[in-house]
Design a protein. Structure first.
Length: 60
């Protein structure tokens, strides 16, 4: 399996949309997408580390 080389991000921002709560001690890297559709929620707990490029999409 070929390993893709690391690519730098052109956009250093994260996308947070909907009912998303992030504990102050959690770390969210650039390029993360946290998307909670209506009637859904995402909760990032204390001590969590969400790495670059992660997409979390809550639906339902």
């Amino acid at each position: 399996m070929a390993v893709m080389p690391w690519q730098p991000l052109h956009n250093q921002k994260s996308c947070i949309d909907g009912e998303v709560s992030i504990d102050p001690s959690a770390v969210v890297a650039p390029g993360v997408a946290l998307i909670a559709n209506p009637e859904s929620r995402i909760a990032i707990a204390a001590g969590a580390c969400i790495g670059m490029g992660v997409v979390l999409h809550a639906d339902g």
